[in-house]
Design a protein around this ligand. Structure first.
Ligand SMILES: *[C@@H]1O[C@H](CO)[C@@H](O)[C@H](O)[C@H]1NC(C)=O
Length: 167
């Protein structure tokens, strides 16, 4: 998650510059769950059946609880229902804890221009061959909430829908 890491580094530097308590603590900080609400995953709707290789509609409404110019999100497929504690220190699911990662997208807010990298989330995504039998999988979106003073760590919001996967 390059964007967030950069932001986190900048914030760490800011903390060092201001000599705050955080500056004395080594980098390994626990991620913070958003106290500002989460976004909503409207597509694919909860309970949608999607076949491997199929293209499906994707629509996520970001919460943007801290009114950032841009909202970074990451999109994941998991075989168990995700909980916030599953996220590692960079707000991601660690290798082995997820089936597939679509990577990072950046949602522009307040009419700001879209970035070319990461791009805004596409209107459709493809469900890859997951290498598992048919059954429930979970499409999760993790939103980074930037600009949430006075918290130094980035806050994250997690939301997901259950999908019926057809191998
Ligand atoms: C967090 O998860 C990401 C994505 O799976 C991974 O690249 C990174 O190494 C993980 N970080 C830690 C500290 O485990």
């Amino acid at each position: 998650m390059r964007f967030s890491t950069t932001v986190q580094a900048a914030l760490t530097l800011a903390a060092l510059a201001f000599g705050t308590v955080q500056a004395a603590i080594p980098i390994a900080k626990r991620q913070m769950e958003s106290g500002h609400g989460t976004g909503t995953l409207t597509e694919p709707a909860d309970g949608t059946t999607i076949s491997s290789g199929a293209t499906y509609d994707f629509e996520y409404h970001n919460g943007n609880g801290c009114e950032s110019g841009y909202s970074p999100i990451t999109v994941w497929i998991l075989d168990t229902a995700p909980v916030f504690a599953d996220l590692n220190t960079t707000g991601e699911f660690s290798p082995g804890n997820y089936l597939f990662s679509y990577g990072e997208y950046l949602i522009p807010n307040f009419g700001l221009p879209p970035m070319s990298s990461p791009t805004p989330p596409p209107a459709t995504l493809e469900l890859p061959e997951l290498g598992i039998p048919s059954g429930d999988v979970f499409i999760a979106v993790v939103e980074s909430l930037l600009d949430c003073p006075p918290d130094i760590p980035i806050e994250y919001g997690l939301t997901y829908n259950t999908i019926s996967y057809e191998a």
